[in-house]
Design a protein around this ligand. Structure first.
Ligand SMILES: [Zn+2]
Length: 218
């Protein structure tokens, strides 16, 4: 007859009620949040009034249910087409390619760019198993090949590569240049950005210079 095993599923015994434990665990799973900070946040939620706590919960649910990626450029959006793509005053033949939505936001803050974007949702990184299929590369190529796939069905005239000046960013830029060669003018942001730096942390003046001083890729 088999002996019943003791329940050893939870080696770490906690003095908190289960619901508090769960909240702490959720916070601790967030980037940059350690166990101590997670506990502090959980207690903050416990102490706050009902409206504030539910406001936080609702903001999280709304982000997941209402925010999506733009059908054309993959920017974050409340609708099928983002506000930038939807803006008829922008030059829809000029597409600036970035790695992440936060790079797009940094470039938008310069107010220097009047074209539209394409967000790759990352960069090629063979060592981490990130190949072309993991990114939105083929959607970009499709936008270039077929005006019907671009905002307002406008033919793409120039693609500006705005990847981060890192080894992986450079590799991705080379790959894209190959894919787009002979189809469209390909340029890249001027190298005011120090090598290895991140676009999202660059100051506005440097980014504005990088846009204005862009160079055609051979
Ligand atoms: Zn868009």
């Amino acid at each position: 007859m088999a002996k019943a095993k003791p329940n050893s599923e939870n080696a770490h015994k906690s003095a908190y009620p289960k619901a508090v434990d769960r909240l702490v665990a959720e916070f601790a799973a967030l980037p940059g949040i350690g166990r101590r900070s997670a506990e502090r946040l959980a207690f903050h939620v416990l102490k706050s009034n009902q409206a504030a706590a539910l406001g936080l919960a609702k903001a999280i649910t709304d982000v997941k249910s209402h925010v999506r990626h733009c059908d054309v450029c993959w920017n974050l959006s409340d609708a099928t087409i983002c506000e930038i793509c939807d803006d008829t005053s922008r030059d829809r033949g000029l597409v600036l390619v970035v790695e992440q939505p936060k790079d797009l936001i940094a470039l938008e803050q310069t107010r220097m760019f009047k074209g539209i974007y394409h967000v790759l949702m990352g960069r090629l990184s063979p060592l981490d198993g990130i190949g072309p299929e993991e990114l939105t590369l083929e959607h970009l190529v499709a936008r270039v090949n077929d005006p019907a796939r671009n905002t307002g069905q406008v033919p793409v005239r120039e693609v500006i590569l705005g990847l981060n000046p890192t080894m992986e960013g450079d590799g991705t830029a080379m790959f894209l240049t190959e894919q787009l060669r002979g189809k469209v003018t390909v340029s890249r942001l001027a190298r005011g950005l120090p090598s290895g730096s991140q676009l999202e942390y660059a100051n506005k003046a440097v980014l504005a210079d990088a846009i204005l001083g862009r160079k055609d890729v051979e």
